[in-house]
Design a protein around this ligand. Structure first.
Ligand code: SF4
Ligand code: SF4
Length: 228
């Protein structure tokens, strides 16, 4: 009798639990799916999702803030001062461009996606883009070179900058040497200052010496102690 009772009880539990599970399945058949068929379908990430970095190089002013903020030092930027003959395009906000960004490299394979570079950038130039599918069998595959200057133009600008800086340094050294020479000449022409009299030979000290050439001693009392 006990076996028969257990049999029917298990049958009942099996039918009811399967029915509950199937009811949940049928309920979701007619609601919107929460999964997508990746890679045929892709989600749009939230605006601040830390996906992959990208730079709008035209709006970069070369301030180096992102490079300084990066804790793993993977942003390498080189700039060259704009000269009057260059006449580069203005910044997107209409202000004149002051620096050529001749190098803007990022080693994305080492990026820890901390977001410090994007937060500190005042122009919004470096930012996250809406995709994360960056894979490579080699580290070089994730190396980013975002400078818009051709290689020969970068070299020309860097060489010119080196010449300008060398000339400036030379002029500064010459000016410092001339200043030093003028100071030396002035010190030679200036009359020597009068010697300062020492305390022992000053009139005040002399007044303390009596005619016999002895310094007056304080009077001595009967007890042999000096008078106050
Ligand atoms: S997000 Fe990457 S590149 Fe930017 S500061 Fe962090 S580690 Fe450096
Ligand atoms: S990306 Fe932004 S923070 Fe970095 S150098 Fe350009 S303007 Fe400055």
């Amino acid at each position: 009798m006990n076996h028969l009772h257990k049999y029917f009880r298990d049958l009942y539990l099996g039918v009811t639990t399967i029915s509950i599970g199937m009811a949940v399945t049928f309920r979701h058949l007619f609601t919107r799916a929460v999964t997508v068929q990746y890679p045929h379908e892709k989600l749009t990430y939230p605006p601040r999702a830390r996906t992959m970095l990208v730079t709008d190089i035209d709006s970069c002013n070369g301030c180096l803030q992102c490079s300084r903020a990066c804790p793993v030092e993977i942003i390498h930027i080189q700039t060259v001062k704009v000269q009057p003959e260059d006449n580069p395009p203005d910044m997107p906000d209409g202000k004149p461009r002051k620096l050529h960004v001749v190098q803007f490299d990022v080693e994305m394979s080492k990026c820890i996606h901390c977001g410090l570079c994007t937060e500190i950038c005042s122009t919004g130039s470096i930012h996250w883009e809406n995709q994360h599918e960056e894979v490579s069998y080699a580290r070089d595959g994730l190396f980013r070179d975002w400078s818009s200057y051709p290689l020969d133009e970068r070299k020309r600008l860097l060489d010119r900058d080196a010449v300008i800086k060398a000339e400036k340094a030379k002029k500064a050294a010459e000016a410092a040497a001339a200043k030093e020479a003028a100071a030396a000449k002035e010190s030679v022409e200036k009359p020597a200052p009068k010697p300062v009299e020492s305390k022992e030979t000053s009139p005040k000290a002399e007044s303390k010496v009596n005619k016999e050439g002895e310094t007056p001693q304080p009077p001595v009392t009967e007890n042999g102690k000096e008078d106050a």
